[in-house]
Design a protein around this ligand. Structure first.
Ligand code: ZN
Ligand code: ZN
Length: 87
């Protein structure tokens, strides 16, 4: 199943899930979410490493702990977009 990707129009952080939270966890804006796409996120059941799928399969080996094939789908994840440097 695919999750929807939302972006806060104020701080540009990205939320992945069926629905975005009421308030942006980063800048606390409300109603600032814009749907930008769909994605599928898996979490390593061993170390919690989050892997955002973009139409491909999750890696056979977790990049975090090197466990083989132990991915679990997660409902949402907040992806912080790095603040622009030097601005
Ligand atoms: Zn925000
Ligand atoms: Zn892992």
């Amino acid at each position: 199943m695919m999750a929807t990707e939302w972006q806060c129009m104020h701080c540009r952080c990205i939320w992945v899930g069926k629905q975005p939270p009421r308030c942006c966890p980063d800048c606390e804006s409300t109603d600032a979410w814009q749907k930008i796409g769909c994605t599928d996120v898996r979490e390593c059941t061993t170390c919690g490493y989050l892997f955002v799928l973009e139409g491909q399969q999750p890696p056979s080996r977790c990049p975090g702990c090197e466990t083989v094939g132990d991915w679990e789908r997660v409902d949402y994840v907040l992806v912080q977009v790095p603040t622009r440097l030097g601005g």
